[in-house]
Design a protein around this ligand. Sequence first.
Ligand SMILES: C[S@@+](CC[C@H](N)C(=O)[O-])C[C@H]1O[C@@H](n2cnc3c(N)ncnc32)[C@H](O)[C@@H]1O
Length: 254
Amino acid sequence: MTERALSFDAVAEQYDTARPGYPPALFDTIETLTGRPLRGSRVVDVGAGTGIATRLLRERGADVVAVEPGPGMAARLRLSAPDVPLVRGFGDALPLADAAADLVTYAQAWHWTDPARSLPEAMRVLRPGGALALWWNVSDRAVPWIAEQEARLREDAGGPAHGAHGTGTRDRHLPTDPRTVERRIPWSRRVPLDTHLDNLGSHSVFRVLGDRATTAFLTRERAELLRLFPDGTVEESYVVELTLTYRPTGPSTP
Ligand SMILES: C[S@@+](CC[C@H](N)C(=O)[O-])C[C@H]1O[C@@H](n2cnc3c(N)ncnc32)[C@H](O)[C@@H]1O
């Protein structure tokens, strides 16, 4: 798992430029659910990668610390968000003090952790009453071309196209606290075909497939998508799947 979890390092620049961000509605929803503005909040963004979510949290005025294990991803984050403190480490053993954060976030990264460890670690680092927010950009399979692309990828990957269109609910190992809430936030972006293919190719499933199979797949996808989007602009549709839970305010933590 660790090797694949850190496979993004090989494609850090491509990841940073081609992966989608997250819509303002996601951050509005987190503020509404927690009843607290991000501005001035102490946020720990775990599995921060190249800083896609970190930068957006920072733009909302949060006081963010990024945690990232991968050297390539961390190097890119240092360039893209030089003023954000960055700690090298894993969510399973956070190198941070107890009760140091109002909010711990995992943007597309929770599924790489061992939740038996990462959940108590997040609770330890949160102040009592603080919130843990996990989210994923999941491709909207209700859109026919996205469902068809996933079917082609499944065929090539010889099994579940894990990760290429978002991991969805099945891999999450979610917190079971009764106050846990889930929200689905649809959004879309229009990008050049090259950006879409770079985005697709930055997923970990392609590190497993290898260069030759990846090139063959992406070449076929280009031809397929040009038929659908002859002007070369692809509309990617997503649903952000958000799960938010809290550290209890009582003396014990789960
Ligand atoms: C799909 S990327 C998400 C990056 C970023 N949060 C974003 O929204 O683009 C997953 C990140 O999790 C990191 N990662 C892998 N295993 C991890 C672990 N056990 N704890 C924390 N981060 C981990 C990877 O190095 C990678 O940067």
